[in-house]
Design a protein around this ligand. Structure first.
Ligand code: IPE
Ligand code: IPE
Ligand code: MG
Length: 244
């Protein structure tokens, strides 16, 4: 679904999803530790929140930590969790000021207790805000999310509440962590990689993809607008045929 921004003369995707990538390489280029890149990257997330809100995006969903990112060194995982902890806490005040509703998706139960508390607190405090919906994917993996949904539906089948042939796509969507949001219209991945890395595989079925070589810490309003211009040139057909 698109909104129109009269000032920019552009249709604006209702939902933008981002795979923020390249923090480590950005830092390396500057002869700095990877952790410096992550710190910078988290500041850019905050800036982009205001930018997407300003141009009229309604849902903004960012990939902060994947179920595969535990493979990184203990030091890096610790730093990333530390940044998230601070971010989640600071986010409450800023979101209240800007009317942003915050949510987290992913395997919350595997996170440390204080991070779970910070997520629950952020979600609870901001739940009645009516502006931008900001979702952070933490310990998120699309296959894990689908597996959990399949388990929930199988339980209903095992209890005799549901017949396998009655399972619909909508029921699967409703059992995913993302059940409160529309599917993304635009996916942006920075740093030159062109893969999903287990991000929202179900939800991105008809999303337009935009890849850029820019590392996430260098991403800004200008780069966002480039992605939106490209999106405006795409013709979304959803399997149909273009009407002349
Ligand atoms: C993205 O930057 C942030 C996370 C995955 C948490 P990376 O840390 O993947 O940076 P590169 O890809 O190694 O440069
Ligand atoms: C994807 O980036 C995960 C996040 C951005 C949180 P990665 O850097 O972990 O992905 P790969 O390893 O390049 O596929
Ligand atoms: Mg990476």
């Amino acid at each position: 679904m698109d909104n129109y921004n009269e000032k920019l003369d552009l249709k604006i995707p209702e939902h933008v999803a981002v795979i923020l990538d390249g923090n480590g390489r950005w830092a390396k280029k500057k002869h700095m530790p990877r952790t410096y890149g992550h710190m910078q990257g988290s500041k850019v997330v905050e800036k982009m929140l205001y930018e997407v809100d300003d141009i009229g995006v309604k849902y903004f969903t960012v990939y902060a930590f994947s179920t595969e990112n535990w493979k990184r060194s203990d030091d890096e995982v610790k730093t990333l969790m530390g940044i998230l902890r601070t971010y989640l806490k600071d986010c409450v005040k800023k979101s209240m000021k800007n009317n942003v509703r915050c949510r987290a998706i992913g395997r919350k139960d595997e996170l440390s207790d204080d991070i779970i508390d910070a997520i629950n607190n952020l979600e609870e405090e901001t739940k009645n805000n009516t502006g931008l919906t900001f979702t952070i994917a933490i310990n998120y993996g699309g296959r894990d999310e689908i597996t959990r949904a399949v388990r929930k539906l199988s339980c209903e089948v095992a209890r005799g509440n549901l017949k396998p042939e009655d399972i619909t796509e909508d029921m699967i969507s409703a059992n995913l962590d993302t059940n409160y949001m529309p599917d993304p219209d635009l996916l942006i991945r920075t740093s030159g990689e062109q893969r999903l890395s287990n991000y929202l595989p179900w939800q991105l079925a008809y999303t337009e993809f935009y890849f850029t070589d820019v590392y996430w810490p260098d991403f800004n309003r200008e780069e966002l607008l480039k992605a939106i211009y490209k999106y405006n040139k795409r013709e979304r057909r959803f399997g149909g045929v273009k009407e002349d």
